[in-house]
Design a protein around this ligand. Sequence first.
Ligand code: IPM
Ligand code: MN
Length: 359
Amino acid sequence: MATYKIALLPGDGTGPEVLREAAKVVQAAAQRCGFSLDTTEYDFGGDRYLATGEVLPDSAIEEFKGYDAIFLGAIGHPDVKPGILEKGILLRIRFELDQYINLRPVKLYPNVETPIKNKGPEDIDFVVVRENSAGLYTGLGGIARKGTPHEVAVQEMVYTRNEVDRCLKFAFEYARKRNKKKTLMLCGKTNVLTYVYDLWERAFHEMGEREFPDIKREYAHVDATTMWMVKNPEWFDVIVTGNMFGDIITDLGAMVQGGMGIAAGGNLNPEGVSMFEPIGGSAPKYAGQDVINPLACIFAGQMLLDHIGETEAANIVERACVAFLESGLLPGMSANEIKEAGMSTTKIGDAVADWVAKV
Ligand code: IPM
Ligand code: MN
């Protein structure tokens, strides 16, 4: 029997609650499909940092390299200055494990409400491939003359050809494998960022022409992309973009697909160890109340299963989520709607896990 080693990082706030339910669902799928997931839990996050001063030891990074995948709940603690945990845990894992792709599907499921008028599941189904290791996130820059009226702050958007090429290659291959409209759109800002997005655009067309003649190429500026995501989401198939633009448009994407309670993402190193997470934050206000929607984390679990090669189990998890949504037991995705419907984080997890055995 195949066994996969999975590192669980529940993290902060409602992270542990949603991850517990998602782990329940993926374990149910593993059982049904005849493989096993050997999980190890790590307590990195705000509470541990406040108690010990330790964010993430080097040894943990080394250990993570020995897993088949990492499954993360949420990072962010109200008593810890913003940036410490995000940079020290989330970004550090992404960078040190070279998870250079952030894959974020934007898919509207049945019975999930989108704020976009007159659009349904047939219109909202695309994927954003966000470059996840460089660009404005490289951290190059500095401040001079601090505290004076002439203070200057610099934050550099840095890309090497190799970083651009490896991201584009993944995106082209993904568009081919997805086999929907066989279209890849580069989202940039070539009219202003005339160095970085010039590089992206040249690399995009060179690679497309040479290696992916079957994939149609499109280009849109990032501002226009946000406009179309709202006005004509059905136009998109696969979008590839740099780190900062990808961060921004995927929050918009999360809303378009029904909110943070639904949106999932994968931080991928196609040659190494990848990490899966719900896009929504740690929602400290709701921690411990059992009212946060675990579906986003469950969808992240689906992506994890797909990534380790257990495609059938991944499909079962997706079908179970759809069956649960179609059952109508969850009229809305917010904490309040979950409470009002008499549902809870645990009940949703249990219900989806039950569906896993039936779909
Ligand atoms: C995300 C988050 C992170 C990012 C933050 C928490 C560092 O917004 O995963 O999109 O900017 O990448
Ligand atoms: Mn973000």
